[in-house]
Write a protein that binds this ligand. Sequence first.
Ligand code: PRP
Ligand code: URA
Length: 212
Amino acid sequence: MYESNEVFINDHPLIKHKITRLRDQSTGTSEFRSLVGEISMLMGYEALRDLPVEDIEVQTPIETCKSPIISGRKLAIVPILRAGLGMVDGILALVPNAKVGHIGIYRDEITHLPHEYYCKLPSPIEERVIVVTDPMLATGGSAVDAISQIKSHGGMKIKFMCIIAAPEGLKKLQKSHPDIQIYIGCLDRVLNKDAYICPGLGDAGDRIFGTK
Ligand code: PRP
Ligand code: URA
């Protein structure tokens, strides 16, 4: 378990540039989907910086040496459906052997409260580093519930990764789960009366999957 909340807000120009493309309402589904994947890979590279490694012996064409590999029970990626799915392939490109769980949550359009409809996690989950993905952290309700569900299954080492966060959601997530690491692509200004992030990028799920 992580001792205290660590919040990492992206400062890399490549990610900043791609987020600007995501925000643009004229960016179409195909480019939007690709950008979400690219941003997730770039953020994943940073978020996985503290994965544990161990040395193994390897025979190079020249000699035998000790060289590190990722150790232990490795990684689980857990997207919050639907929009979190768009972030999975980018991280899998870095860690192809990771297991993938799924948590289905939708936000009620009127109350903005989260409703969980599905949960399937890799077992055992206790030893794994778990990366929960969702492009949007708005009120924080969905992320808080998803992480509570993972903890109730025994998950401990949890990282939450989002592309855009609202201050309101970040505050709620930190208060509810002070023991996780939080990775944010960009911290936006505020939520509007419909609990959408301003300036945000609109509805991430609809833009990734071309629905609405
Ligand atoms: C969106 C988004 C998050 C949630 C964020 O999902 O992908 O899961 O809203 O809002 P919150 O922080 O206020 O809970 P949505 O419920 O629209 O479902 P979808 O991914 O199926 O489109
Ligand atoms: N969910 C989204 O997809 N976008 C927002 O701005 C808020 C919640």
